[in-house]
Design a protein around this ligand. Sequence first.
Ligand SMILES: Cc1cc2nc3c(=O)[nH]c(=O)nc-3n(C[C@H](O)[C@H](O)[C@H](O)COP(=O)(O)O)c2cc1C
Length: 387
Amino acid sequence: MPVITCIDDLKRLHKRRTPKMFYDYAESGSYSEQTFRENTSDFAQIRLRQKVAVDMSGRSTESTMVGQKVAMPVALAPVGLTGMQRADGEIKAARAAAKFGVPFTLSTMSICSIEDVAEATQAPFWFQIYTLNDDKFNRDVLNRARAAGCSALVITVDLQILGQRHKDLKNGLTAPPKFTLPVLMDLATKWQWGLEMLGTKRRFFGNIVGHVEGVSNPSSLSTWTAEKFDPTLNWDKIKKLMDMWGGKVILKGILDVEDAEMAASVGADAIVVSNHGGRQLDGALSSIRVLPEIVSAVGNKTEVWLDSGIRSGQDVLKALALGAKGTMIGRAFVYGLGAMGEPGVTKALEVIQKELDISMALCGERNVHDLKRENLLIPQGFLNAYS
Ligand SMILES: Cc1cc2nc3c(=O)[nH]c(=O)nc-3n(C[C@H](O)[C@H](O)[C@H](O)COP(=O)(O)O)c2cc1C
């Protein structure tokens, strides 16, 4: 295994080993990618306050997320087409997460199905639902997740329609890929990916194929979302879905205080302050910039988590210090998966936990629960720059 010291090392290997179409799918935001870029550049603007001569022994990154014990407050976010980054990618990522002691979330748009992941893993995982304009599918998929022992439902509320990602259109993104000349030329340099893919039967949208009818091109994500996602999703429907599930619910994709208040009032166990990794509304603010006002509005009513832009344990520290009770990572674990499969996801988690632990100690803290605003140095005007 090459020496991996940071998430960027995994990203470089991911790029080298994965077909361009799927690397680009992960490494893009919508439209001009302003929000995608600012998710990471805004984290970088926040600095850490060093404290010396503090007892650093007995440190802990352990916490809970919706009542579940976690080795650190970092869950794997739902990521569509994970099984195209590596063969059986969802199973590999779920196994790595379970062994590490953090939650894994399976996307509706996964390649491995709910049943595949349940069969291949022991620990319960979370299921993320995109609601379709097909009540039967919505009902059935919740029943399938319940039967598989999923311990929480993540309802994604920021993708009724798809923000355009230019690279996906230019690359002709499909799952599995169509063998055009440029794709074949690219695959010639990604032989390990191809060999592993030949060894699995899981190459289509596993939760969908055989469960939904009437889509003209089921391998195309953009056709899918345009034809099948429910554009009328509203708070009433969200509440009905929550009641239908009847268990723990996480509402993901909140960026606005009023929406956060609605989410808390319908009884979400947690909300994820998220702009979908900069993949939906280009021009929206970064998650870290809006986190503090959402924490102060609803932090005493529901758990507030954050995703979008986390690439290090220092980023996790910053989110926790600004009041998040938990975080999710998307690309950071996908880079690991694309780079080295299951060991790569484990490596991503190890890198982040170690960075969190060491940086926390150097900030003079011994427990993630003690992190607070005073551990940070924030540029003047950063948090109220926009109104
Ligand atoms: C390639 C990719 C696919 C994604 N697919 C989904 C999905 O199917 N469902 C969902 O709720 N969010 C999806 N997301 C958003 C992630 O759950 C998460 O919000 C985002 O990745 C966080 O930003 P980060 O990648 O900077 O950590 C996806 C993100 C990426 C990068």
